[in-house]
Design a protein. Structure first.
Length: 357
């Protein structure tokens, strides 16, 4: 479909408020990139700059090697799917999907073939004569996607397309978008605040905070090797646990607990000997049977797992552990646990401490 390149993109509004700082990204042909982060982080603003709905304050935007920084939105050959669906209520599904092609005065026979093909892809063939009010939320979103598909754009842009749907429909529509991407082999930019969407949809994720790109990588890279405390806390559910610990010769010393270090971990943390760092542990990387006592204050059964919340010791740091199996711990129970995988972060910068860094 298309290659997209964002080069040193800034967005500064008229009141001198900067929303996006030095955004750089190479999107490969047929890649699905997800921009994720909390509200106000600049992800939707970035998408709107790509679409041409917001001016780029500084930097360059390239589509297939062509500079389109100043190209009007209508000439960028991109299609955008909004969270609000933006369907015409007085038109049928067929008419909504055909609308942009009708405006271009395309041949009616060509329009008919394109609409029917898109409807088949999205499972909307039986809904073509209905009005949007007769459809479910998920079906309306599929019509919005169909309206984009018939245009056969070089790039698909999705701005929080699932946020108006309930949890069940979100999951189903998410799977449809993934199948759509694979079927069309399309280049897509997708914006969401939902990290589950990011992890399940993306070829690569761009994690943003306060207008800055925090990390770009595959879902596994962001989950397994987060670049800093922000990414580590934002990606993963339940969120990662964080503890202040001092680095000893062969162990980490926290409030009410000690954690032994492997030889590799000792080597990584050698420059931090005698200093305080941030230890990160995902709840799913905690298991029973260690020497860290967790005083339980709540227990959530999730079927295959049990989510236990408590304190280390009596009044130590709070901790959440996603333990295997079904357990019925009561408030006040003590569960001995161990940390199966650890993440280390510099206390001052928040950046990950890794081998060679």
């Amino acid at each position: 479909m298309a290659q997209l390149k964002l080069e040193h993109i800034d967005k500064i509004y008229d009141n001198n408020v900067q929303a996006v700082y030095d955004f750089n990204l190479d999107v490969k042909d047929g890649e699905l990139i997800v921009l994720v982060g909390p509200s106000g982080c600049g992800k939707s603003t970035t998408l709107r700059m790509v679409a041409g709905l917001e001016d780029i304050s500084r930097g360059k935007l390239f589509l297939d090697g062509r500079d389109i920084t100043q190209t009007p939105a209508k000439d960028r050959d991109m299609a955008m799917v909004f969270q609000s669906y933006a369907l015409y209520g007085h038109m049928t599904v067929y008419e909504n999907m055909a609308f942009s092609l009708t405006l271009r005065n395309e041949n009616p026979n060509v329009i008919h073939k394109k609409v029917l093909a898109a409807a088949e892809i999205l499972g909307l063939t039986s809904q073509l004569n209905k009005k949007p009010a007769q459809l479910s939320g998920g079906q309306r979103q599929r019509v919005a996607m169909g309206r984009s598909i018939v245009r056969n754009p070089k790039v698909f842009l999705f701005d929080e397309p699932l946020s108006n749907l309930d949890a069940k429909l979100r999951g189903a529509t998410r799977r449809e978008i993934l199948l759509l991407h694979k079927r069309l082999d399309a280049t897509m930019l997708y914006v969401t605040h939902d990290q589950t969407e990011a992890l399940t949809l993306a070829d690569r994720i761009v994690c943003m905070s306060m207008g800055h790109v925090q990390q770009v990588g595959t879902p596994l890279e962001l989950y397994d090797a987060p670049a800093n405390v922000f990414v580590a806390s934002f990606i993963g559910l339940p969120p990662m646990n964080f503890f202040d610990v001092s680095v000893g010769s062969g162990e980490l010393n926290g409030e009410g607990f000690k954690v032994p270090l492997t030889e590799d971990e000792k080597e990584i943390l050698l420059p931090y000997f005698g200093k305080t760092i941030t230890l990160g542990v995902r709840p799913e990387n905690i298991s029973e049977g260690g020497n860290i006592p967790v005083s339980v204050f709540s227990n959530e059964n999730l079927g295959m797992n049990t989510l236990v919340h408590g304190h280390i010791g009596e009044k130590g740091a709070r901790i959440s552990a996603k333990l295997k199996g079904w357990a019925n711990y009561k408030p006040g129970d003590t569960v001995p646990v161990k940390f199966d995988k650890k993440h280390f972060f510099d206390k001052e910068s928040g950046n990950a401490i890794r081998k060679g860094k």
